[in-house]
Design a protein around this ligand. Structure first.
Ligand code: 4NP
Length: 154
């Protein structure tokens, strides 16, 4: 199974989701069976590491995002991945516009899929440190639910 997390810049929310979910897969002994990646709808940060504030917030909860580098979503992603999970409504709309008609990937909004109290992971880029902690909190909750789904599907 292959899962892609998508946000705008691929330096805050989706790398967090990639790192947190890969950690959960590893704890569950499933890291060899599920491929996880992340990408951005925009190209401004391609090739760059995750935002320093994102890396710090992740590190404080035991996740290492240091090896991740930003990339942009490409058309091949729609046939390579089974599930593409967007962080907010804008990301989902952009993905729906890009999606080739015959592509196999299922598109969904990450938090909405698991009926969390909020449907979007808010963009933390222009806000304070608490926004980065909130991103972690929401992504940890949704990742636990995604792990349950993956266990059922494998
Ligand atoms: P992300 O956050 O989509 O969670 O990676 C952002 C990163 C950069 C920008 C916006 C959001 N930006 O405008 O450069």
């Amino acid at each position: 199974m292959r899962i892609l997390f998508v946000c705008l810049g691929n330096i805050c929310r989706s790398p967090t989701a990639e790192g947190v979910f890969r950690h959960k897969l590893s704890e569950a002994g499933l890291v060899e069976r599920v491929e996880v990646d992340s990408a951005g709808t925009g190209d401004w940060h391609v090739g760059k590491p995750a935002d320093a504030r994102t890396r710090l917030a992740a590190q404080q909860r035991g996740y290492d995002l240091s090896t991740l580098r930003a990339r942009q979503v490409e058309l091949a992603d729609f046939s390579r991945f089974d599930l593409i999970l967007a962080m907010d409504h804008n990301n989902l709309r952009d993905l729906e516009r890009m999606r080739p008609p015959a592509a196999k990937a299922e598109l969904d909004l990450f938090l909405h899929r698991y009926e969390l109290a909020v449907s979007e992971v808010p963009d933390p880029y222009y806000g304070g440190a608490e926004g980065f902690d909130q991103v972690l909190e929401l992504i940890e909750q949704a990742s636990a639910a995604l792990l349950d789904e993956v266990r059922q599907r494998l």
